[in-house]
Design a protein around this ligand. Structure first.
Ligand code: SF4
Length: 382
């Protein structure tokens, strides 16, 4: 049993029928009770819920304070390689794009991390394209061994691996896994991924199952909003997160809702997602997943991030560079996507504090994990 088996019971047409069947009275009922079913999630994501967004936002904010208090954790993405053998149509790093390619040496990565830790970051997300020959698993293990002593937490957002490979990275010090399905609609997925190993929809879909079984303590998922009908994809993100929470109860699960941004290759999203749509997604997922972490990256502009923060966000990036070597060298050209919030960590922390929240660069979850990285308690902040 994996999430692929769960998804097989939820074809796109079934989700669309639930969305179409929702009505304002159903939304009101969903908002007035606590435990929420899959049909309730669909009602909250339906177009008929939009007029009740203010009510949804108040309940989402209150639920977040109950479960997470006022702490907001910060992390920095560290792009270590933009080599990639995949042809994802929407990505600036796709193998058909003529961009300068680079893989950081371990020494260069350490240099980048020193820039980040000098600013105060202690949670790091290693990001790389997919190039199993040029950038093998052993490369990430070497990186992890060098970088782990410098930070409190080390996450990876790299190509899907098998369980023994994830276990080797856990032993090297990696504790968290982030993987976006991009879209859960298999037809749209095939259209956007015409070449490369990423064409394998199921292999990607089961990535978190393999990572959890290997002992990774924090699992982060999401869809790239704009590739397909956002209401359907947001529903699937909720379904996937709830499956992971119930199946791997010792792991902490977080969700992201990155919106498609223009990248090298000038790709524009087929299904644009407006700001109000993003608020609806965030609130619906918070109400469906009270205990999930919620991550918001610098893809969104600063003013919008400040506005979204109280509604359910538990984790923010800041001052991000999306090119390998971008921190030490200050380069921003040819990134994976356009960063919209250009504020420094200090500036974003000040904005978070001004809203009455507590910015946290380091937490102590590591104390509660055994030497293999297996979670000893549920919860925490990924
Ligand atoms: S999205 Fe990831 S896998 Fe696809 S082309 Fe970009 S870097 Fe490669």
């Amino acid at each position: 049993m994996s999430f692929a088996d769960v998804l097989a019971e939820w074809p796109v047409e079934r989700v669309q029928s639930l969305l179409a069947a929702a009505d304002p009275e159903r939304v009101r009922r969903v908002l007035s009770h606590g435990a929420r079913s899959e049909a309730d999630l669909a009602a909250l994501l339906a177009s008929c819920a939009a007029p009740q967004l203010e009510n949804m936002a108040q309940r989402a904010a209150s639920l977040t304070r109950q479960r997470f208090g006022r702490a907001v954790q910060f992390y920095a993405p560290l792009y270590v390689s933009n080599h990639c053998v995949n042809g994802c149509l929407y990505c600036g790093f796709n193998c058909r794009n003529r961009v300068a390619r680079r893989r950081l040496t371990v020494a260069e990565a350490v240099h980048e991390v020193q820039h980040l830790t000098d600013q105060g970051f202690r949670h790091l997300l290693l990001v790389a394209g997919e190039d199993p020959k040029g950038v093998p698993v052993t490369y990430f293990a070497d990186l992890a061994q060098e970088l782990r002593p410098l930070v409190a937490s080390l996450s990876i957002e790299i190509q899907p691996l098998d369980t023994p490979e994830y276990a080797s990275l856990v032993r090297a010090g990696v504790d968290s896994l982030t993987i976006y399905q991009e879209t859960y609609d298999p037809v749209e997925y095939a259209r956007y991924h015409p070449s490369g190993p990423k064409r394998d929809f199921r292999w990607r879909l089961e990535t978190c199952d393999r990572g959890a079984q290997a002992g990774l303590a924090f699992l982060g998922i999401g869809a790239l909003l704009g590739l397909a009908d956002w209401r359907v994809d947001a529903f699937y993100v909720g379904l996937h997160a709830r499956y992971l929470q119930r199946t791997y109860w010792r792991q902490h699960v977080s969700v992201s809702f990155p919106r498609m941004r223009r990248a090298a290759g000038a790709f524009d999203p087929s299904y644009p997602v407006g700001d109000a749509d993003l608020v609806q997604i965030l609130c619906a997922l918070r109400l469906f997943l009270p205990d999930a972490g919620m991550v918001l990256s610098t893809r969104e502009p600063g003013a919008l991030r400040d506005h979204l923060l109280p509604l359910g966000i538990t984790r923010l990036s800041a001052g991000s560079r999306t090119t390998p070597g971008g921190y030490a060298e200050g380069t921003e050209a040819e990134g994976q996507f356009e960063v919209q919030d250009h504020r420094s960590l200090a500036e974003v922390m000040a904005a978070v504090q001004a809203q009455g929240f507590d910015p946290v660069c380091k937490d102590w979850d590591g104390l509660y994990h055994d030497a293999t990285g297996s979670a000893a308690i549920p919860g925490g902040s990924s």
